[in-house]
Design a protein around this ligand. Structure first.
Ligand code: HEC
Ligand code: HEC
Length: 391
């Protein structure tokens, strides 16, 4: 049996298993998809009674009219955006309001091999949940045709708080971003006609589209909106550091506490760039990696030599899981990263003035690494609603 046959058989087995699962969710028929929006609007009203009573009432009314075709879909954990204490409301664009039904469709699409031209790769081939949606150990990820780019895969956690995407910020929304890997010949190498054909051919998707958008018409806009809606639910804010931030003084070690103090100190000042709830200022800096950058970063977009070697400050949440590091994945360990910062960069013309020799001792570097390790959120790398629905 050829490799393709083996894969096709495995795919059919997965689908059969998936379709056998008994429906448990009360599925709202299409015409009520706007009711989901209504429930969310009502849930945002700060009244306890409304929050509890209205969704229950609406659900009991509309469950009675569940239709067979949509109820055939296997149950998922009802998707939701769960916002950790102290986190702001995520950014959701007005023209793509967030709904559980779009999120559910987006989750299937994210893990679906239909997204690649050869139907063997998905977004999850490079963005793996177990590694905070990065590609562990890969400097550069390999796409569906075996080729690779020259940038390190970024984590997909807490994107709901970002307003620009990629290492150089070239995508301005998750909706815009989602289509790039699909068409990119070194990522999923697909085209819209083939993708739409493949998605339509898989009967699994029809009810998911109906539930999310009111009809089973498959369009690139709908695919992008569903993927973006799923990505907005990928939020990480329950690490040991968060427990400490919320008042549990025992949640992190003494070494990590010393590391946090160094990280935030005036002289070391990592926090000047890795700031806020998500440990990024969403700004662009050259942190002095090279004297002459092979990848010009932001300058590729702006053509401004002052932007040479500037990249978006990456989040440090879950950083212990996302090696290798930097836009080109040049460092394999956090020890190497700290060693680099301690030396103070290569002094290129665009290097940020905050990057200078730090004179940290071995123990101080260990302390900062111990602090960075407290940003690992083990719940978000095993959460059911983030995981592969085909398994
Ligand atoms: C071949 C591996 C690969 C595949 C497949 C892939 N990605 Fe990526 N992804 C990357 C790399 C590499 C980057 C960083 C590229 C850059 O910045 O130029 C990235 C960046 C992103 C970002 C930006 C994150 C940020 O913090 O700015 C998002 C969002 C994203 N990918 C979502 C997706 C989605 C959705 C899919 C499926 C449609 C997908 N990716 C498929 C490798 C991949
Ligand atoms: C001037 C702003 C700035 C300061 C100060 C700064 N960083 Fe960074 N950091 C960045 C940028 C920008 C990148 C990405 C650079 C690249 O890939 O070219 C980065 C990358 C990183 C990465 C790699 C993350 C990943 O996912 O690849 C780590 C870890 C890191 N910094 C930790 C630190 C620590 C620890 C300090 C303090 C010693 C620090 N940074 C100080 C801007 C800064």
């Amino acid at each position: 049996m050829s490799q393709a046959d083996i894969q096709e058989r495995a795919r059919v087995r997965r689908l059969q298993k998936f379709l056998k699962k008994p429906p448990q969710l009360c599925v709202l028929p299409t015409r009520f998809s706007s009711v989901i929006d209504l429930i969310q609007v009502l849930q945002s009203v700060p009244s306890r009674s409304l929050i509890l009573a209205v969704p229950a009432l609406l659900a009991s009314i509309f469950c009675a009219s569940c239709q067979q075709n949509v109820a055939d879909i296997a149950p998922l954990d009802p998707p939701k955006i769960s916002i950790p204490p102290g986190f702001p409301q995520p950014f959701v664009p007005a023209d793509d309001p967030w709904t559980p039904a779009k999120t559910e469709l987006g989750r299937y699409l994210f893990y679906s091999p239909e997204l690649s031209g050869n139907e063997q790769f998905s977004c999850a081939s490079c963005h793996k949940m177990s590694a905070a949606f990065c590609d562990p150990g890969q400097h550069w990820s390999f796409g569906s045709t075996g080729q690779h780019g020259s940038r390190n895969t970024l984590s997909l956690l807490n994107l709901a708080y970002d307003t620009c995407f990629f290492w150089d910020g070239r995508a301005k929304s998750l909706e815009e971003q989602a289509l790039e890997p699909i068409f990119n010949p070194i990522e999923l190498d697909n085209d819209s006609a083939t993708l739409i054909l493949h998605v339509k051919r898989n009967s699994l998707f029809s009810p998911l589209f109906i539930r999310a958008f009111g009809s089973d018409s498959v369009t690139m806009t709908r695919i992008a909106q569903a993927l973006a809606s799923f990505e907005r639910t990928l939020i990480s804010g329950t690490s040991a550091y968060d427990a400490f931030r919320l008042g549990d003084s025992e949640a992190i070690s003494e070494s990590a506490k010393r590391g946090l103090a160094l990280f935030s100190s005036k002289s070391i000042n990592c926090i000047a760039c890795h700031s806020g709830i998500n440990f990024t200022d969403n700004g662009y800096h050259s942190n002095g990696l090279d004297l002459h950058y092979l990848d010009a970063g932001l300058e590729n977009l702006t053509n401004d030599p002052d932007d040479n070697g500037k990249f978006r400050t990456p989040t440090l949440r879950n950083v212990a899981l996302t090696a290798p590091y930097m836009h080109d994945g040049r460092f394999s360990t956090l020890e190497q990263v700290l060693d680099f910062y301690n030396r103070g960069g290569m002094h290129n013309p665009t290097q940020d003035s905050l990057i200078h020799p730090l004179e940290l001792s071995g123990q101080q570097m260990e302390d900062i690494i111990a602090f960075l390790a407290t940003l690992t959120d083990s719940t978000c790398i095993s959460r059911n609603s983030f995981s592969n629905p085909f398994q």
